[in-house]
Design a protein. Structure first.
Length: 127
């Protein structure tokens, strides 16, 4: 752990540079700042849910985040959702097909075998 002693006069500031070392391998993991900031600094007030994260997710995905705290707010949210652009629901329709060729294939093969047997026995042609 890096430490550095700093003396700071009232109202002054000091720029410090630290090197962070990786302690735990984290490939494939995502790190994020999930605490709720105060209303005056970030526009996110104190909440029991992670409102800041939900707002960030909505912003990054091109969506909107709504939070209803009472009935009137919920009605306003529903009105806003109704006002948003509506898109048609595209569905895919799958057709089930039943293969019917085996019903004709078996008799056809039977006729072929019968022709071969009879052609080499009873109805054999002699030149």
């Amino acid at each position: 752990m890096a430490t550095q002693r700093v003396q700071l006069a009232r109202g002054g500031s000091v720029r410090l540079n630290f090197q962070l070392s990786r302690v735990v391998p984290t490939p494939g993991w995502v790190s994020c700042d999930t605490h709720v900031h105060t209303l005056t600094h970030s526009g996110h007030g104190d909440a029991s849910i992670d409102e800041r994260m939900l707002t960030e997710v909505a912003t990054l995905t091109g969506g909107q985040y709504f939070r209803a705290t009472d009935g009137a707010t919920l009605q306003a949210i529903f009105a806003e959702i109704d006002r948003l652009e509506k898109t048609t629901n595209v569905t895919e329709h799958y057709q089930q097909y039943a293969e019917l060729f085996p019903l004709l294939l078996i008799p056809a093969l039977g006729c072929l075998v019968l022709e071969m047997v009879l052609g080499n026995t009873r109805f054999r042609k002699i030149p």
